[in-house]
Write a protein that binds this ligand. Structure first.
Ligand SMILES: [Zn+2]
Length: 284
């Protein structure tokens, strides 16, 4: 299959810029739609369900980071800030089909907030505020950092290498709050016997991935509020199996299509309780 990036200098596409949080999230949603559509197209070709006709992608050179006139650089003006995981399977700009100068990206294993992360975020919120319309915490399914925190929670004596590494523990310690809340939520929804279920670790990891993104969004919203007004933080989890972003787990194509892509950062303990209930409802 050929994917052709086409620039027509006589009819260049306009590079639109969102002007609100709502518009910015819509841009990111449409970007993930394009990425998902490309994934589906490739899968249909691979299984012989459609022909190999080329896929044409119109581009503007600025979107590729190329100045139209040599020697001129663009002003730094991202419309969104995305805090995501370092996982190599979750490339943020590709999944959201963003182009150069669209998103200010901070990546750290487990998408947790550390001092250096906050420094980058504070810089963006302060210096790039005029263009910045939205902040997104982007987790992903099958997150290794979250799985490590889950294993530390379930079998602390078996994971000494992690437990005794100060550097790694600085990540897992931040995720353990979400793991404990996920465990409590699973027990509340499914009863204490859930711990014996053969899929308990899988359910605990998935629930923790969503809760961890939500907890980070909660913390980040408070940080952002201390720096500026009117900048909203949302969260979402990239589902690697379905190539879609979602605010809740997606077990099927039909369910994925009805799942909201983003959710606003929780504001209270009640919001977290409702979130755990919604996640566990979708797991079983
Ligand atoms: Zn991860």
């Amino acid at each position: 299959m050929d994917i052709v990036y086409r620039f027509d200098p006589h009819d260049p596409i306009q590079h639109k810029v969102p002007r609100s949080n709502r518009e910015a999230l819509k841009f990111l949603e449409l970007g993930n739609d394009r990425y998902h559509a490309m994934a589906e197209r490739i899968q249909e070709i691979a299984t012989g369900k459609r022909d190999h006709s080329p896929m044409i992608v119109p581009v503007n050179p600025l979107q590729l980071g190329i100045p139209i006139v040599a020697g001129l650089e663009q002003a730094h003006a991202p419309y969104a800030l995305v805090l995501g995981c370092s996982d190599a399977r979750a490339p943020i700009e590709r999944i959201l089909d963003c182009t150069a100068n669209d998103v200010f990206v901070v990546r750290v294993a487990g998408n947790v907030l550390g001092v250096e992360c906050l420094g980058s975020i504070d810089y963006a919120v302060t210096v790039l505020r005029s263009s910045l319309q939205s902040v997104l915490v982007m987790g992903h399914t099958q997150c290794g950092a979250v799985a490590a925190a889950v294993d530390l929670y379930l079998r602390p004596s078996s994971f000494g290498d992690i437990a005794f590494s100060h550097a790694v523990r600085s990540l897992t310690d931040r995720i353990l709050l979400s793991v404990r809340n996920a465990a409590r939520g699973l027990e509340t929804s499914l009863g204490a016997k859930v711990q014996k279920h053969k899929r308990y670790r899988e359910w605990l990891t998935t629930t923790s991935c969503f809760l961890n993104a939500a907890v980070t969004a909660y913390d980040l919203q408070r940080e952002v509020n201390s720096l500026t007004k009117g900048l909203h933080v949302s969260y979402s989890v990239y589902d690697m199996a379905w190539t879609r972003m979602g605010a809740l787990p997606q077990r099927s194509k039909k369910e994925a299509e009805g799942t909201p892509r983003f959710a606003a950062a929780p504001e209270s303990a009640k919001d977290f309780d409702n979130l755990v209930e919604s996640i566990t409802h979708r797991l079983v």
